[in-house]
Design a binder for this molecule. Structure first.
Ligand SMILES: NC(=O)c1ccc[n+]([C@@H]2O[C@H](COP(=O)([O-])OP(=O)(O)OC[C@H]3O[C@@H](n4cnc5c(N)ncnc54)[C@H](OP(=O)(O)O)[C@@H]3O)[C@@H](O)[C@H]2O)c1
Length: 310
């Protein structure tokens, strides 16, 4: 279940979800090279252990692997028990794992997507996003899976690890968000206001809104109801995660709970259309994880700079 390198007794303990590739793997590397003990998690044992091999190099701090599928309650419980027995606390949780919420283009077949990268040379960010949208298919199944992973999975992991974060003198949660989850994406004033009214918004209401979105998607009412269009599931799930982060920050003032957008990054999720490297994207997350002022909470950071949720 888990593999480890030796761990120094006084270092901070960070856990990264979806740490086997892309931005998550780079976040693990950067936290590790800052002297932090990293628990790299992945849903697939083989992919996780091979990622760990990549991190076994001189000058690197401690990295430990543990399996975690963020949609699997048993897997989450096993991880929480492991952390409790091994460290009795958690200092940093980086909720990075997510999916795109669409079906991948069939044109790629089994060819690794990184072989295709030259075709985006000369395209600007908007053209790349348009290409991506044209080549992905929105289905009900992918939409449902996206909400279950990106919102409910992230929430389940967070709730299970909260008691351990509360045992830390400086507990921090960074939820990896996206600029496409900002509220300007919604074209329904009531919905926007409701999602931004953190004094009154509840987790129960968030569940109701997500149910409503799913029903609207199934009935073809996404546009008329004013939900975001083009990758709506991904956008709605990130907006819900942002709102949940703000609720959590209010509920637990002793913790720092923030959201961070890495920027448009070249990874499997974007079929390598992104303009930043995974290392650059990860730097935007790690900057928020390591904020010197550990008191800032309930905030959103776009590529390392504090910005509005709107
Ligand atoms: N790339 C961008 O431009 C961009 C922009 C804004 C925000 N983000 C956010 O950045 C984060 C990382 O994305 P990325 O671009 O690095 O994507 P990626 O390369 O596709 O990596 C996603 C990671 O999430 C894991 N994952 C998916 N479902 C999981 C589950 N049920 N349980 C555990 N792990 C699961 C994947 O594991 P497998 O390998 O097993 O599939 C993989 O490790 C995501 O939150 C994404 O929304 C990305």
């Amino acid at each position: 279940m888990e593999g480890s390198m030796s761990s120094s007794p006084n270092s901070r303990i960070a856990l990264v979800t979806g740490g086997n590739k892309g931005i998550g793997l780079e976040v693990c590397k950067q936290l590790g090279s800052n002297g932090i003990t990293v628990v790299l998690t992945a849903r697939d044992q083989a992919r996780g252990t091979s990622a760990i091999e990549e991190l076994k190099c001189p000058g690197f701090s401690d990295v430990i692997f543990h399996q975690l599928d963020i949609t699997d309650a048993l897997s989450i419980t096993r991880l929480a028990n492991f952390l409790k027995n091994r460290f009795e606390r958690l200092d940093i949780l980086v909720n990075n794992a997510a999916i795109g919420g669409t079906e991948r283009p069939t044109i790629f077949g089994s060819i690794p997507v990184n072989k295709k990268v030259q075709q985006f040379d000369g395209m600007d960010r908007t053209q790349r996003l348009e290409w991506l949208f044209k080549n992905c298919r929105e289905t009900y199944q992918a939409t449902k899976q996206c909400l279950e992973t990106n919102y409910y999975g992230t929430k389940q992991v967070t709730e299970a690890l909260l008691p351990l974060l509360q045992c830390s003198p400086d507990g921090r949660i960074v939820n990896v968000s996206s600029s496409v989850g900002l509220l300007w994406q919604f074209r329904n004033e009531e919905l926007t206001q409701e999602l931004n009214d953190i004094d009154h918004l509840t987790e129960k209401r968030l569940d109701e809104l997500l149910d409503m979105f799913l029903k609207d998607f199934e009935a073809g009412r996404v546009q008329v109801r004013g939900w975001p269009t083009e990758f709506p599931a991904y956008k709605v799930a990130k907006a819900a995660m942002n709102a949940y982060s703000r609720i959590l920050a209010r509920r637990h003032p002793a913790l720092c709970v923030n959201c961070a957008d890495p920027g448009f990054t070249s990874t499997d999720m974007t079929l390598n259309t992104g303009v930043l490297t995974p290392e650059e994207g990860a730097r935007n997350i790690v900057r928020v994880v390591l904020l010197p002022d550990g008191e800032l909470t309930g905030a959103y950071f776009q590529e390392g700079q504090q910005a509005s949720f709107l």
